[in-house]
Design a protein around this ligand. Sequence first.
Ligand code: ADP
Length: 174
Amino acid sequence: MPIQILRGDITRLDVDAIVNAANESLLGGGGVDGAIHRAAGPELLEECRKLGGCPTGEARITGGYRLPARHVIHTVGPVWRGGTRNEPALLASCYRSSLALAVENGVHTIAFPAISTGVFGYPIAEAAAIAIGEVVRFLREQGGIDRVVFVCFNEEVEEAHRRSLERLLPDSGF
Ligand code: ADP
């Protein structure tokens, strides 16, 4: 099964790339972004400064520095504003852009946090359905990625991802 759902801290994962739920400045923040910058060390911020930011829904890649992961893929999720400001399409775009950038850079194993579900306020069940749906679709349609890990920081996030995956599994082809 190329999709795994784990509870834990994404900064500890030994994969080719971990995804950061960043903000448009790419200059660090709270939540998983802060944890990734702390664990990677100051060189990560130095490289991020050179990128000049990233629009919502897109992704950028850097080195992983002191992380076990070789790369960090920074993507900017939408802030939840009630669901009428294109949030679902923007969140889906984060997953697709991150996976496309991974393939372009020879990344075969990748770990995602639950993008936008922290400070950005995206409802967890809806976000998990989009995350799982986009990843299943990508894996079905394109080669290059061997393993996708969803790293869930708490039980609610983990359960939401498990439910979404179970719902999709019968026709996922895995
Ligand atoms: P956003 O601004 O996109 O909402 P947050 O970092 O606030 O980003 O939250 C995104 C998700 O990441 C939340 O579900 C949060 O619980 C989770 N999270 C926070 N720290 C970590 C971590 N170290 N590893 C994995 N997930 C984390």
